[in-house]
Structure formats: C-alpha cells, structure tokens
Design a binder for this molecule. Structure first.
Ligand code: 13P
Ligand code: SF4
Length: 366
C-alpha cells in the first residue's frame, strides 16, 4: 500500500542538534544515491552538509557530472532547474523549499522577452543582428528562448568569454535580466557606456527610440539584484579613508560605480579565492551576500585577515535563506522512504532548447 510523503510540519519544531544529527544519518544511509550541492550564500547550518559547494558555474558542472540518483540543490530555483536540465533523465533534482526563487530572475519573463524581440524586429532583424544572452539567474523558458534564437547562457564567471562568443556572431547583445553584470562585463570588453542602452520592459519599445536601438551594441534588461544594489560607492570611500591599505572585492551584480571603485570583481568562487590567496593580515571589504562574507571572516581570521561586509545594513538573500535545515531534513527523510518531494522537472522540449544554450556556454567556459 502506498503511503503519502512525510509532512514538513513534523520538522518545524526540531532543535538544531537533532536536525544536524538526523541530516548526517540520512546522508549516511542514502550514500552515493544522494549528492547535496550548496551555493556559497547558504546559511551555515545547511552549507555544512553540502557535498560540493560553489558558484553557479561550478555547481552546474557538478550537477552535470554527478552519478547520484538524487541531486538536492541547496540554492535557488533556477539552479535546481539547471541541475535537472544537465543531469540524466532518470536523476531527480530537488529544491528543499519551492519558495526559494531569485527576485532578479523574476524580473524577466518569457512574455516580456518575446515582446521585446518582436518590438526589436520593427527596427532591425533580431535573429541576424542580436544575440540573446541570459544570465544563468533566469527561468528555464528564457534559456530555451536563447537556445532557439542562436543565443547563450552566462554566469558571473564566464560572462567575458560569452560576450566575446556573442559578438563574434552578431553585432548586438540583448542581455537579461541583470543590467549590472551586462554593463560591467561589456565595459571591460571595451564597449563604451554610450553604446549601451537599458530596455525598460514596462514601456513600449523598452522606452527607446529606433535610433538608440540601432546605435546600441548592448541592450541591457532593466533587472537588478536587490541584495547587490545595496552596495554604494560611498561605502568603499569610507572604508578606504579608514583603511587606506585595505582591498575591495565585489560581485559583478553590483553597480558600475561600485565595480569601478573595487580592486577586484568576480563571482562568489572568485571572491573566496582572492581572499584565500591574499597575504596574512590583509583587510578586505566585500560586496556580496552576508552569509558568504561572514563565512569568509570566520574562515580566515586565524590568518589575521579581516573581512568586512560592504553595506552598513544587513542584506541577506532572503530566498537563499528559505532553505533551512528543517526543509533539508524533510527532503532527505522522504528520500529514505522512497518519496521524493519538491522535484524540479523542466518540460522536455523546453529542457532540450535550454540545454543547447547551456552547452554553448559550458563549451567555451574556462
Ligand atoms: P555566483 O555564480 O557568482 O555564485 O552568483 C550567483 C548569484 O546569484 C549571485 O547573486
Ligand atoms: Fe538572486 Fe540576488 Fe539572491 Fe543572487 S543574491 S540569488 S541574484 S536575489
């Protein structure tokens, strides 16, 4: 007789010690049938259970290479979708809490991007002149859109390579959803700010004139990350006044002004490596999510390194934070019962087209 899945309510009241012990026990029983992937922004109580941690690129490669039957993704929805797309059809990708989305990813949707493509076709031939390029922080149907229109996906690590790939094929890029990653990357590639325009998806024709569209090399979607937009150039000025010898490292989802004032800019994995490889006693101001910054501080304080968070106000990624040990244990104990909960399954046709755009990216990634 088949029974239904264990309910989440049974896990809400458990204390940290019990949660921890039961997660460890469930992992042990599931053995190689399970892999837990953890993004760097995960809270410590979850992060410590990850078999592999990384940025979006590293984790998508782990998902593609994993032989495990169950891929439990401690991250956000688009990451679990990528795991499903890149893994074998018989593997099961799981997101412990389905409400863990990405507010930036939600700023672009298929209807708005298709409308933009149609409106752009009133000015030029988009399929011949524009490469659609989506940040991996986007829904699977947008990756599929890129797949079928000769486009590509990028992450914060490989965006410069992907921009080169795109410009080698067509003269313009429509970049969504994060205007900042698009602007910061293109500027470093020698594209001037006046060759970039922002497409306001709430306005007809993106709020642009046909002349502006024709002149632009980069058409940047008006999306942003609510966490990284909190970092301001004045935070860097204040830090440098106080610690002139201090160094600044920021994630490229931060604004152009913040990235220009930073000594280093790169993905979460890059940020970790830069601080890890720095001299003992170095002081750092870091423009990325708080859980990672706190972890870096703890990890490197014994080397006398000081790691400061860029914003004076607390800004965590509230959706990453939704993955808690309660939900992780709930998914694992259901797997022990043979009842996967919160499976993320992308429609086959959409998955096939999205895979095309992801594979184009993986082929050219360093
Ligand atoms: P990374 O790929 O650099 O880890 O970035 C993912 C993300 O969502 C940053 O906000
Ligand atoms: Fe999305 Fe920003 Fe959270 Fe990254 S930090 S997952 S971009 S909302």
């Amino acid at each position: 007789m088949s029974t239904s899945a264990i309910e989440i309510q049974q896990f809400i009241q458990l204390d940290e010690k019990e949660l921890d012990a039961r997660i460890i026990a469930a992992k042990k029983t599931l053995g190689e049938r399970l892999v837990i992937l953890g993004h760097h922004y995960q809270r410590e109580e979850v992060f410590r259970h990850a078999d592999f941690s990384g940025d979006s690129l590293k984790l998508s490669r782990e998902a593609a290479n994993s032989q495990a039957e169950y891929i439990v993704f401690c991250g956000v929805h688009f990451m679990a979708e990528v795991a499903d797309i890149l893994s074998r059809p018989d593997q099961i990708a799981i997101l412990p809490d389905l409400s863990a989305g990405c507010s930036m990813a939600d700023m672009a949707n298929l209807a708005n991007v298709e409308r933009a493509w149609k409106e752009l076709s009133e000015v030029l031939e988009p399929d011949e002149t524009i490469t659609p390029m989506t940040y991996i922080n986007s829904a699977a149907d947008l990756k599929a859109f890129c797949g079928r229109h000769g486009g590509i996906v990028c992450t914060s690590t490989n965006a410069p390579h992907v921009v080169d790939w795109a410009f080698a094929r067509r003269e313009k890029i429509l970049f969504f959803p994060d205007q900042h990653l698009g602007r910061n990357t293109a500027f470093n590639k020698g594209i001037a700010l006046d060759e970039m325009v922002v497409w306001d998806y709430e306005l007809p024709m993106g709020g642009l004139t046909p002349e502006e569209i024709k002149k632009a090399k980069m058409i940047l979607w008006k999306g942003f990350c609510s966490v990284h937009q909190m970092f301001k150039p004045e935070h860097i000025d204040r830090f440098k006044e106080k610690y002139p010898e201090g160094k600044v490292v920021s994630h490229p989802e931060s604004s152009f002004e913040v990235c220009q004032k930073s000594d280093y800019v790169g993905s979460t994995e890059y940020i970790i490596n830069v601080i890890r490889d720095s001299e003992p006693g170095t002081r750092w101001l870091v423009g990325t999510e708080l859980n990672l910054v706190n972890r870096l501080h703890e990890q490197f304080k014994h080397e006398g390194k000081n790691v400061h968070f860029m914003s004076p106000t607390v800004c965590m990624c509230s959706t990453m934070f939704r993955i808690d040990p309660q939900h992780l244990l709930w998914t694992l104990e259901n797997l022990l019962e043979g009842k996967p909960v919160n499976q993320i399954k992308v429609e086959p046709i959409e998955a096939e087209q999205a895979k095309l755009a992801l594979e184009r990216m993986l082929e050219i990634s360093p």
